[in-house]
Every structure is written in structure tokens, then in C-alpha cells.
Design a protein around this ligand. Sequence first.
Ligand SMILES: Nc1ncnc2c1ncn2[C@@H]1O[C@H](COP(=O)(O)OP(=O)(O)OP(=O)(O)O)[C@@H](O)[C@H]1O
Ligand SMILES: [Mg+2]
Length: 359
Amino acid sequence: MNSVVSAPVSVALPQAEEIVRLTDVKRRFGTTPALDGVSLTVRKGEIVGIIGRSGAGKSTLIRCLNGLEQADSGEIHIEGRNITGLSEKELQPLRRRIGMIFQHFNLLSAKTVEENVALPLKIEGLSKAERLKRAAELLDLVGLSDKAKAYPSSLSGGQKQRVGIARALAARPALLLSDEATSALDPETTRSILVLLKDINRKLGLTILLITHEMEVVRSVADRVAVIDAGRIVEEGQVWSVFADPQAPITQSLLSGIRPQLPDTIAARLSPVSGAEQILSIDMAGPAAQGTLFADLSQALPQSFRLVHGGIDHIQDQPVARFFIAVPTRDAALPEQVQNFLKARGARVEVLGYDTNHA
Ligand SMILES: Nc1ncnc2c1ncn2[C@@H]1O[C@H](COP(=O)(O)OP(=O)(O)OP(=O)(O)O)[C@@H](O)[C@H]1O
Ligand SMILES: [Mg+2]
């Protein structure tokens, strides 16, 4: 293994309080193990993304967290309290510590925006004036003060989700759970909702656990990501490091849409044994991706490569680079010299094959 992702980066405080702790949680439906031994910790102030394909167990996980579903075995702690085996009545106060936002917003169409936001506060026993004051503050936070008296049917999808977020925050929860909250929105609106969530996370120190099947959502807001497949967490880590060096095939597959891939035309004519050029993938992240690698390579080994595809992304303020280059094979020693040069500079290098076509 190369040191491509070993750079130290501080994200959440390591000593921060645990808001969620799952220990070996299992839940089976008939013969389907929806959750097959999930362990996960979310600390105060973190945004953790859980990503997985359809049927991976994401919603089951969320339902276990808010007590809508009982785990068969394992333990679930919310703010240090074990919720496994609690009765409906015992769960009520704990559930109020968790705000939820949904793909289809779940707003009450017969109530105004401010009434929707104020609704969770009725249970708290606040007076109407207090409830409306709090609703006004929350609508201000989500940028919808001018829609307080409007009905949900007159709002756009993005505005509805802002109301959903304001409502979820009304009772000052310790944790915001988001189950595909941006899946029904267009890319631009998705971005604006993600910016809002990040903003709230920073302003209020709110802990967020978001479930999604979109890597882009994880990329733009999460600090950490856990990849779930067939009820198991198969990969977990800081977002930038998982993106820089995905280990599990499912993670690689989920990332294929947003990481540079070898162009199809070249992939189609790739030979595993020989060709005019050797095709390499180069992965670098953190400090290793900040230097003048290609300029230095050109100088050390003139005319040793051709840039084929790739780029540098910035995730959590860390550069994450992925490039594809073609190295001529007419000088038989050159490909190995190039590889050694790149590896010495902290890059992860993989030989993908040989381009049979390029002269
Ligand atoms: N109430 C249920 N009864 C039977 N099987 C269920 C039930 N709930 C979930 N499952 C099964 O458990 C597995 C995980 O389902 P879950 O809804 O958690 O997946 P998901 O990751 O949320 O998928 P999606 O992305 O499609 O929402 C699936 O195989 C599903 O069919
Ligand atoms: Mg689901």
C-alpha cells in the first residue's frame, strides 16, 4: 500500500461527545439480513454520510436509530443512552432529540409554513406566541422568512425542504437525520440545500447523519463517510481519503461517476500485454498532490509521457488528484523509470495496460 492518503487532517474534535453509537447492530427480515452487524460512531458536530445502493440497509439503519424499528441484536446509544429494548413511551423523549428530513418533505398541506415549523413545539408545551417566535427564527435561519404565511403547495421543492429543515430543528435536536433529503431535487437546488446544511452545522454545531445514494452529496458536505453494502459497513473514513483511495469494489463503483475514469475510447483498445504506450493511472492526495509533479517529471525524463485525462478535486480543503498518462514503450526502460519517479513522489501508480493504437 502506498502512503497516498496518510496526511494528517483535523476534522471533528477527537474527544467530542458521542451522539450516536451503534455496536454490532443486526436486523433481519425473513432471510434478508437488512443490517448484518453495523458498528458506527458519530460525534458531536460531525457530518457523517452513509452511502449505499438501493436495498443496502440505509433506511433500516435510520429506522433503528429513531426507534421505529427494533434491532434483533446489538446496541444503539443516543447521547450516551442505550435505546435498545425501550418501550414506545420511553422512546418519546429520546425521539425529540432527533430531527428528521425526508426525500418527499412530509409537510402538512393544510397548514401554513410557520404552522408546519411550529408543530413539533406544541408537544413541548410552548405557548402559541413562543412557538411562532421560534418558527420565525428558524425560517430566518433557512432563508424563508417571507413565506411564513404561505402554504406548502405554493413552494418549490427546495423551499419545501427548507421548511422541512426548519421543522426538524424546532425542538433543538442533538442529531439531524437526513434520509435522501436531496434526492427529489435538481442539482442546483441540491447544492443550495447542502450549503444550508453545512451552514447550520457550523452555526449551531449540529450533528448530521445523512443517508444518500449520491456520492456528490457526501463529497460536498460530509466529514466522514461509511459505505454500506448488504447490511454491512464495508468502508469508512474521512471523505477526502476514501475518495482518494477507495478500497471496496462497491465504493469504487459508487465513485465511478464523479472520479475521472479512463476515457472509453482508450479503455476499449487497451491490451494487457503490449502496445506503443503504457497507460498508467496516478492517484495523489494531500501534500503529495500539491507539488509540481508533471513539470518535474518532464524535466527529469524529457518526452516521457503524454497526459491523457484527469484532474484535481478539492475535498475538505484537501487536493485529491487522479490522472491518466501514456508512456511510450519504444525505450523499454522508460515505463519503469516513470513509475519509480512517480512513486518516489508519493503517488499511487497502477499499470492499466497498453494502448495498441496510438503511434
Ligand atoms: N419491513 C420490511 N420487510 C421485509 N423486508 C424489508 C423490510 N424493510 C426492509 N427490508 C429489506 O431489507 C433490505 C434493506 O432495506 P432498506 O430499506 O434498509 O434499504 P435502503 O438502503 O434504504 O434502500 P433504498 O436506497 O432503496 O431506499 C432490503 O433487502 C429490503 O427489501
Ligand atoms: Mg431507503
